[in-house]
Design a protein around this ligand. Structure first.
Ligand code: FPP
Length: 240
């Protein structure tokens, strides 16, 4: 599989684990476990296709409102995944970074995150961002707060604030905006994912539940992207 160079950054809402499990009369956790297998395949297929940045929405700020048992199962799965996968991701040249508010994570999870980020920090084949404890509104607000602090401490003049400067304060500040956004599982919304960053991203929605989303499904999303014309507010003649 190959992708145009322009498809540098893919962002995915991996939705449908719960329904996948329910269809099989299994506990929701079984869906999340299967979701991890799909994640492994999609990370490999993305690297293979030449994608440089892959951002996955693993746990939103709003997911904290789910039943306690599901949250705890998910947190354990994240810890286990990091323990099991960090070394092999490292060997494949993947740089792992977590985006989000870590305050509510257990010490054990924070420690695994730090170890994985440290282990992979010099890799550059694929930048794999895991959005966990993440919300787009939270991201914009934390950037606003950074800017305010910089102005208050005379590190920045208010008149110098512009879009380029502001987006550097977002948690994705050092990476380009997503070219393609994928949401599996049939819902057609952004659900507080990269709100600022998705302004000109091409959106792709499919009914496939995340545990069933495989390399062929990813290929379909890339094919859909390839025939789009990205105009960024310009007119067709200007693009040509
Ligand atoms: C959506 O399914 C998925 C999540 C809440 C996130 C969990 C994702 C995984 C476990 C995949 C692996 C990811 C990593 C980075 C280890 P849902 O529960 O919302 O499904 P539903 O809409 O069918 O209920």
């Amino acid at each position: 599989m190959s992708s145009k160079p322009a498809l540098a950054h893919v962002a995915i809402i991996m939705d449908g684990n719960g329904r996948w499990a329910k269809q099989r009369k299994l506990p929701r956790t079984a869906g999340h476990k299967q979701g991890i297998k799909a994640t492994r395949e999609i990370v490999e297929a993305s690297a293979e296709a030449g994608v440089k940045y892959l951002t996955l929405f693993a746990f939103s700020s709003e997911n904290w409102k789910r039943p306690k048992a599901e949250i705890s199962a998910l947190m354990n799965l994240f810890i286990q995944s990091l323990q099991n996968e960090a070394q092999s991701l490292h060997e494949k040249g993947v740089r792992l970074k977590f985006l989000g508010h870590r305050n509510a994570f257990s010490d054990g999870l924070c420690q695994q995150i730090e170890l994985a980020e440290e282990l992979t920090c010099r890799n550059d084949k694929l930048f794999l961002n895991i959005a966990a404890g993440y919300g787009g509104r939270w991201d914009i607000l934390q950037a606003v707060n950074h800017v305010i602090q910089d102005v208050l401490h005379d590190r920045l003049a208010a008149s110098d604030i512009n879009e380029d400067l502001f987006e550097k304060r977002l948690v994705t500040g050092d990476i380009p905006a997503p070219d393609l956004f994928i949401r599996t599982g049939g819902e057609q919304r952004i659900s507080n994912f990269l709100l600022w960053q998705l302004a000109y991203t091409e959106l792709y929605f499919c009914d496939t539940l995340w545990p069933d989303f495989d390399t062929d499904e990813l290929k379909k999303a890339f094919e859909s992207y390839r025939v789009r014309q990205r105009r960024f507010g310009l007119i067709q003649e200007q693009i040509a």
